[in-house]
Write a protein that binds this ligand. Structure first.
Ligand code: SF4
Length: 302
């Protein structure tokens, strides 16, 4: 099989990466990188919904063995957890990172060195967790990382609340997109994540991601090279409208690598919401899984 080269290397060589950095930096000074469109200058302020300035606040980074098998392989996925988030999910299992901002502010050069460290550990990819509010940092760090020899795919591992126009700028940078599609009901998205237009923004962005990278492709060892992975956490009483999520994924492509997740448990503030203050039952998950099977999805992880 032909040696795979991540698309960002070509973008760097051809000069398009530089243009994308300028475009992203421009957005960052009147921030409209994500659908909140806070309009603040993040080089000066961190008062947007994501509470983030320009520099990355990193809570941890390491080879991670709990991701989907095509990402984890035998040597791990090189995860970098950004602090803060553009969602406010009341059931977040990582709320100390996403809502309390636990982490250390670093420079773009630090971020480039972290990528190289993870590659030197043998990780199969660099997996940015909660990247939506940090695309500026990722892009600004990338040229230095490329000059230091970065040559593994980048994974955009988001909660799904992305802006399709920002995703468009990222074409030729990320080879693997891994968004959540959390809900297909905006009233529930409002109640559980504080977002009124989740369905529209997430589905538009996923359509753009799919247009760029297509279905997931793996190498001869089963390691992801490029493509999209969609995740969905099944919730109690089908309040996330899992059937509609599956309908959307089917329309996108029945060959989508779809991770239907069964690990819902009430974390953070979920215990005080009667709709989600219990674990998912095995029957509820099986019903969702069967619906995905019956609708022709052929690559269901879960
Ligand atoms: S990235 Fe942050 S500051 Fe920018 S629009 Fe989104 S929430 Fe607001």
């Amino acid at each position: 099989m032909k040696q795979f080269q991540p698309s960002y290397i070509r973008s760097h060589r051809e000069g398009t990466l530089r243009n994308k950095i300028l475009e992203i930096n421009d957005s960052n000074t009147n921030c409209n990188l994500c659908p909140h469109r806070c309009g603040i200058d993040r080089t000066q302020l961190n008062t947007g919904k994501c509470k983030s300035g320009s520099l990355p606040v990193i809570s941890s980074y390491s080879p991670h063995f709990g991701e989907e098998p095509p990402l984890t392989g035998s040597l791990g996925s090189g995860t970098i957890f950004f602090a803060n988030c553009n969602l406010s999910c009341i059931f977040c299992q990582n709320y100390d990172i996403s809502q309390c901002g636990v982490g250390e502010e670093m420079s773009y050069s630090d971020l480039a060195r972290i990528m190289i460290n993870l590659q030197q550990f043998g990780c199969h990819n660099i997996n940015f967790v909660s990247p939506s509010h940090m695309v500026n940092a990722i892009l600004n760090a990338l040229p230095e990382a490329i000059e230091m020899g970065l040559n593994i795919p980048l994974v955009y591992n988001s909660g799904g609340y992305d802006l399709a126009s920002t995703i468009k700028i990222l074409e030729g940078i990320f080879d693997i997109y891994m968004p959540d599609l959390k809900y297909m009901d905006n009233s529930i998205a409002h109640e559980l994540s504080g977002i009124d237009d989740y369905v529209e923004r997430a589905t538009e962005s996923i359509v753009e991601m799919q247009r760029q990278v297509g279905d997931l492709e793996v190498d001869e060892y089963g390691i992801a090279r490029n493509g999209i992975i969609i995740r969905h956490l099944v919730m109690p009483d089908n309040i996330a409208q899992t059937n509609k999520v599956i309908d959307f994924v089917r329309e996108l492509s029945t060959n989508t690598y779809f991770n239907l997740m069964d690990q819902y448990r009430p974390a953070y503030h979920a215990i005080s919401n009667p709709k989600i203050n219990r674990k998912l039952t095995a029957e509820e998950f099986q019903r969702a899984y069967n619906y995905a099977l019956d609708n022709g999805l052929s690559r269901i992880a879960g």
